[in-house]
Structures are given as C-alpha cells and as structure tokens.
Design a protein around this ligand. Structure first.
Ligand code: S3P
Length: 425
C-alpha cells in the first residue's frame, strides 16, 4: 500500500492543458464506437485504469482498436460474443453502461469488477432492463456483480427513474437504441448529458424535453465518432480548490468541458467567494474552454440542489468548506453513500481526523469551517478521497495512505500537485 506526504504550499500560479481527459466522455467514446459503421477516431482518450478497462472490453467484444499513442481508432463490426470475462475494474460507469449495451447483443457475457465495484448496487439498471425483456442476473437477485447477460430482444419502454443518474439514463438509452419502438426516459433532475450529445452527434434520433428524453431505435448503424476528449472538470476541480484555499494562488485549466451539467461545483466555489472566469474556446459535442480560478477568502455555503451536477466534486468541495468561515451544509446527496466508497462517511471521518467539526446526516453532512490540521488519513480505496485530502495538505500538510486508486481516473495527478507544493511518495 503506497502513501504520499504533501507539504503546506506557498502561493503558486500555473496554467495546465494536462488535466486528465474526461472520464465520462472517454468511456462513452469507446462504447459508442461499437454501434458505428466505419472508423471512429478518439484523441486525448483518458489513459487511466477505468477507461482502459472499458477500451479492453470493447476489444474483447470484437472491435479492432488501433492506438498510435495519440489517436485511438476503433473499427467495429457489431458486438461479438467473448470468451473473456469482461472486467470493469473499479468503474460503475463501465459496468452499468455495458449492461445497457449488451442486454440486446447476441451471446452470453459476464461482467465483473474489483472488490469495491462488486459491492455497489446494480439493481438500478438490471431491474428496468429486466422489465423490458433483458436476461440479466447477478448475486442478490441481480443487484451485485459478477453479472451474467444473455442478449435478448428488448421491448420499448416508458420509464421514470427514481434517481438522477446518468449511468441509469445512459444504460436505458443504449437499450432503447436496439428496442422495438420509441422509448421514453424521465429523471427527477437532469443528470450529465454526454450520452445524449454524443449519440445525437452520431446520428441517433433523440428528442429532449426538459427531464424527458425520447429515443428511437436505430434504423441503421450510427456514424463514427470523431472527437478530441476535453479535460475532465471533476479532475480539474481538485486544482480549482487548491488555488481557492491557498492565499495568493491562481490556476488556469485549459481545454475543459464547460457543459453546464458538469461545472456546477465551480459555480458553488464562486458562491463561496472564489474568483472564477470561464472562457469558451470551441464547441463540438460539448462546449469547451478554459477556467481560471483565483484565491479569495471563502465563506460557508449550503448545497442542496442539482446534486447530480456536482456529486463527484463534493469530497474536494468539502475541503474548501473546511477552509471557509461558517458552517456549510450538503443535503439531498444520499447517492454519495454508494460511490467508490461511502463518501459521506469517508469525508466526515477524515475531516474529523484533520480537526474539523462535522455533523453526519443520512443524505449529507455539515462542515464547520476551521483550521485544517495535518493528519494521516486513508483513501478507503477511493480515488476522489485520496486526491481531496492531498489537496487539503496544501494548507496544513497531510499523509494519505492507499493512493494507488488515483490511477483509476488521474494518473498524472502527482505531476500537477508537485507544481503546487512539495510531495513525497
Ligand atoms: C457518471 C455518472 C455519475 C458520476 C460518475 C460518472 C457517468 O454517476 O458519479 O462518476 O459517466 O455517467 P451516477 O450516474 O451514478 O450519478
């Protein structure tokens, strides 16, 4: 088990075009290419464990993958049965989206993952997929991986999801593309919309009306993707918080998606007092641009809306809350309990170790701003917990144990962190 020590930072300024490419978009690039006729080309694909696992699975499913080091070309001839067990590693996105994709494919498929993924709930996708004819099973009556899928003909659906989850929405949209009629999907709050944007860009017939999405079955294969993956705002946000809590500091993050369903955490940080400037530079599938974040004294905030737009950023936002004046509150975020770790518990326990007063609720927590103190904390195998507490260390010094998980989403995190302060591993 590796550990890292970070030391308190002096004021820093840096500009980076090297933030990890977007994880959600990278997964989708690899998967959606198998529905296209012709060659999809993907530049700046995220070369991290989660997305490389997805790419490998796409290869097992029969796609030809040519990787010249900068561009990945994917040629597909439809989905083929595989003799391999399809290992999604740590990725809930991988497993849930593959459920939607493979439910209608011809053949038998086994999806598995690491010890953490095997504990995460899959019923949110297996249940609505089974209801339309999918033959999909797993432990605990289809809730836990390993999952076994025997492709079947799927019926059209009119489904209202009880949770705002892009993984559920995407799995159902993928199933809809190969069902027998037009399908309707509704969600309680808009979740990230990369699937809609990308599939429409590839020629799928999808109509969106507020929280309701209609998806028509494909009459012909999709057009290939031709995409440069933008930087991941969730990864960029670690460095946004780094600047926001270090007096005199500025970071400029280049080439990041400015998709409104992804930058809500930056908006909250602005509400807390940080200076943030967004500059739109291009638009293809997604609006893309630069984000500049400058230190300013932070004040407490309450976060209780649009939770799915910032769910991944809440752990590191909590570090900003710990450095703010007053008591911040996060509510309506019960989904945090079923992420890579129970992030309500892992954030609260680690903040307490750092001398910060918290209150835990079933659906969130409160953070009383104070003085962060150096501690030895564990990541609980969760990449975002590891990175959040390393960022906290820029303020007070920190030792974080079990840091290998950072490779699931942000392999060059330490290179960038060492532009802010001294780091030892
Ligand atoms: C993701 C959706 C979100 C997010 C995850 C990536 C996606 O999960 O937390 O990191 O790529 O669709 P939910 O769909 O469970 O909200």
């Amino acid at each position: 088990m590796m550990r890292a020590t970070v030391y308190p930072a002096d004021p820093f300024e840096f500009e980076s075009d090297a933030i990890a490419p977007d994880k959600s978009i990278s997964h989708r690039c690899a998967m959606f290419s198998v529905l296209a006729e012709g060659e999809s080309t993907i530049e700046n694909f995220l070369r991290a464990e989660d997305t490389l696992n997805t790419l490998k699975i796409v290869g097992h499913l029969g796609a030809e993958i040519i990787d010249n080091g900068s561009v990945i070309t994917i040629r597909s001839n439809g989905i083929k049965e595989s003799s391999e067990i399809l290992d999604c590693g740590n990725s809930g996105t991988g497993m849930r989206l593959f459920c939607g994709l493979l439910s209608s494919a011809q053949g038998h498929f086994i999806l598995t993952g690491d010890e953490y993924l095997k504990r995460r709930p899959m019923k949110r996708v297996t249940q609505p997929l089974r209801a339309i004819g999918a033959r999909l099973d797993g432990r605990n009556n289809g809730d836990l991986a390993p999952l076994a899928i025997r492709g079947a003909s799927l019926r059209s659906f009119d489904y209202t999801s009880p949770i705002a989850s892009a993984q559920v929405k995407s799995a159902m949209m993928l199933a809809a593309l190969r069902s027998d009629d037009v399908c309707t999907f509704r969600e309680p709050e808009l979740s990230r919309d990369h699937t809609e944007r990308m599939l429409r860009g590839m020629g799928a017939h999808i109509e969106i009306n507020g929280l309701e999405t209609k998806i028509w079955p494909l009459e012909k294969p999709l057009s290939p993707l031709n995409i440069r993956v933008p930087a991941d705002p969730s990864s960029a946000f670690f460095f946004a918080v780094a600047a926001a809590i270090t007096p005199g500091s500025t970071v400029v993050i280049e080439g990041v998606t400015l998709n409104p369903t992804r930058i809500e955490a930056f908006k909250v940080l602005e509400r807390m007092g940080a200076n943030i400037i967004y500059t739109l530079t291009s638009e293809k599938y997604e609006p893309i641009g630069n984000i500049t974040v400058k230190y300013a004294p932070l004040k407490a905030v309450t976060v209780e809306e649009n939770i799915s737009w910032l769910i991944d950023e809440l752990p590191v936002l909590s570090i900003a809350m710990a450095c703010a004046s007053g008591k911040s509150i996060i509510k309506n975020a019960e989904e945090l309990r079923v992420k890579e770790s129970d992030r309500i518990k892992t954030v609260v326990d680690n903040l307490n170790l750092c001398g910060i007063v918290t209150e835990e609720y079933p659906d969130g927590y409160a953070v009383q701003g104070g003085t962060l103190q150096k501690a030895v904390v564990n990541s609980y195998g969760d990449h975002r917990i590891a990175m959040s507490f390393l960022i906290a260390g820029l303020r007070c010094g920190m030792v974080v144990e079990d840091i290998e998980c950072i490779n699931t989403s942000f392999p060059n995190f330490f290179e960038l962190l060492s532009q802010c302060s001294k780091v030892e591993r």
